[in-house]
Design a protein around this ligand. Structure first.
Ligand code: F6R
Length: 608
């Protein structure tokens, strides 16, 4: 996730673009850049680090001009260093891009064979080269962009500026957001509305497969096939703060709703449907190492530990490799047996959690291969690991992890499938069926999110509870732990997650009519056993909230039922966690707690 902006007007645009980028910083903040046409040529300034570093650079080396583009980056391809910061320039073309170009490797190879020299590790730079080549063939900028898009596969919102034309910017969108604002003698486009609000409230949201040319006087929009688009601007009434949260009341709610997109971005370019396999060059785990490794050890804390439990389960069941998941905070203090033949997977949203970093270092010193599954490029854990499988969730601002959790589940699922294929534990046919289902999961998440109002009603009914239980079996036991953690950390309601079968060994004593018990009852291999556990709860008058695929399952058992779409058993947590996140959110919101910054907690825990 990154933020892009383009401005064509009458004012000096560098400060305007910088301010717009500041409004988009929630989308990415590891490096930034800006290109301005000064009337004669393109001038570019780029800097690694927060936007303030670019601001300082512009103060020392100002840019003058009234047409320009800008970018704030959340690295996906290539480290967050200056040469990977956007805009990327080739010949007379500058490009900023948000998204992931899936076929960038093959395009780059072809362009290099044609003699093109690349100066970054990004997928974006190929766009600059392709547009430059097309303009050299005599196409207008608009047509050159159109011709380039025909070659791209993946997600993009791009803004393109040419050195030989200071009157326009060309934009295009597919699966990444882009909105065009129409002011008085000024057009400004950006990834999100907050970047435009100081200039206009009249906006046109571009649709997938559309490209646009903006000049001071207006916008010309067409579909890729040349069909003209005449969509009048609409007026937005959000306050700046509402706009920054996409109209949601809290970042956490916004991030819960961003999950289908985060999942799509994490799967993009890695799921190879035609080959029934996964692209795994980032892993640092060669096919040979995948075949011969003896054990997988997952290390993580908090929510990431719950994702690790999911990884452990799938690596064992799908790849048939012995696997354990360990709390990183405990791992180092028991002189663990770990070393050669072990693949240690350090799972962390921030990539900076001190416990996880220290545990992974310890394992590395003892000879284990380290794989980082992290969301932040270039973070400490990513740097110390032999390989990194990045989750592409974009920055997470709410302290409670939501979209990064589901992106971790997806990454670890891909790891398990990759190992399964290499080790022969998973046939191509089964892998093909699973991968086809996996790419359908974001749609199922969207369906689950569409039920938010119903979940809010349930939250209202249980919001005064002092305690709550979450139960699940198999893969759902990790979901139960995560559901309980979400509830306690943001609403301060005491909550416990349990494997359903454990109830009778103690926790059942807690159950009475005041106890909400959230039961995960997807149609999977554990359903029958789980139903027996729910009967035990019902017999003690527990207030059952059932998460099901089929409503009949919970008849006569549940006070409240939440139905979510069915998926393959291996992917069920990606869908069932959604109502649990929403439930926690609404309980907390109705109780009036500080949802995005709960008391006593920090987003990144860099102390042991
Ligand atoms: C809970 C939460 C924390 C983190 C934990 C590890 O919502 O966010 O439990 O999961 O502090 O953080 P990372 O994943 O950054 O290592």
């Amino acid at each position: 996730m990154c933020g892009i902006i383009g401005y064509v007007g009458h004012e000096e645009c560098a400060p305007i673009i910088l301010e717009g980028l500041r409004r988009l910083e929630y989308r990415g903040y590891d490096s930034a850049g800006i290109a301005v046409h000064d009337g004669q040529a393109l001038r570019v300034r780029r800097a690694a680090g927060k936007l303030s570093v670019l601001g300082d650079l512009l103060a020392r080396e100002p840019l003058r001009g009234t047409v320009g583009i800008g970018h704030t980056r959340w690295a996906t391809h290539g480290k967050p260093v200056e040469h990977n910061a956007h805009p990327h320039v080739s010949g007379g073309i500058a490009v900023v891009h948000n998204g992931i170009i899936e076929n960038h490797v093959e395009l780059k190879r072809r362009l290099q064979a044609e003699g093109r020299v690349f100066s970054s590790d990004t997928d974006t730079e190929i766009v600059a080269h392709l547009v430059d080549l097309a303009t050299q063939r005599g196409l207008s900028l608009f047509e050159a962009v159109r011709a380039t898009l025909a070659e791209l596969r993946g997600a993009y919102a791009i803004a393109v500026l040419a050195g030989n034309d200071a009157s326009k910017i060309v934009l295009a969108k597919n699966a990444s957001p882009l909105v065009v604002g129409k002011g008085d003698g000024v057009m400004i486009a950006a990834s999100d509305v907050p970047a435009l609000l100081q200039h206009t409230r009249d906006v046109i949201f571009l649709e997938d497969g559309e490209l646009a040319e903006i000049t001071r006087d207006g916008a010309r929009i067409e579909r890729l096939d040349g069909t003209p688009v005449n969509r009048p601007p609409q007026r937005v009434h959000w306050s700046m703060m509402q706009a920054e949260r996409g109209g949601y009341k809290h970042f956490m709610l916004k991030e819960i709703h961003e999950q289908p997109r985060a999942l799509e971005d994490t799967l993009r370019g890695r799921v190879l449907l035609e080959e029934s396999d996964l692209e795994a060059s980032e892993l640092g785990v060669t096919p040979e190492a995948a075949r011969t490794l003896k054990r997988v050890v997952f290390l993580a804390c908090g929510t990431s530990y719950h994702a690790a439990l999911h990884g452990r389960y799938l690596v064992e069941s799908v790849a048939r490799v012995p696997a354990v998941a360990e709390l990183a905070s405990e791992f180092r203090y028991r002189d663990p047996v770990v070393g050669e033949g072990d693949l240690v997977v350090a799972v962390s949203q921030s990539g900076e959690t001190a416990d996880t970093l220290a545990a992974a270092k310890e394992a590395k010193e003892r000879g284990a291969q380290i794989l980082a599954v992290v969301n932040v490029q270039g973070s400490a854990i990513a740097r110390m690991a032999h390989g990194a499988l990045y989750t592409h969730a974009g920055p997470e601002i709410g302290v409670a992890s939501t979209k990064c959790f589901t992106a971790q589940l997806a990454a670890l699922t891909m790891l398990a499938l990759y190992l399964g294929r290499r080790r022969g534990a998973l046939t191509a046919e089964r892998a093909g069926a699973l991968l086809t289902e996996l790419v359908a999961v974001p749609h199922k998440m969207r369906d689950a999110l569409a039920d938010a109002k119903h979940v809010e009603d349930i939250a209202r009914a249980i919001m005064h509870a002092r305690d709550a239980l979450f139960l699940g079996r198999g893969l759902s036991s990790a979901v139960a732990l995560e559901g309980a953690l979400k509830l306690k950390e943001i609403s301060y309601v005491h909550a416990e997650g349990y494997a359903g079968g454990e109830m009778k060994h103690g926790p059942l004593a807690l159950v009475d009519r005041n106890m909400p018990v959230v039961c995960l009852l997807p149609d999977d291999s554990t359903l029958e056993k789980m139903l027996s556990n729910v009967q035990e709860v019902r017999a003690r008058d527990g207030n059952v909230i059932a998460v099901v695929n089929t409503e009949e399952v919970a008849q006569n058992l549940a006070t409240h039922t939440i139905k979510v779409p069915r998926t393959a058993e291996e992917f069920t947590p990606l869908v069932t966690i959604v109502p649990l996140q929403l439930l926690s959110y609404y309980v907390a919101d109705h109780r009036g707690t500080d949802v995005d910054q709960p008391r006593n907690l920090a987003k990144t825990v860099t102390v042991e």
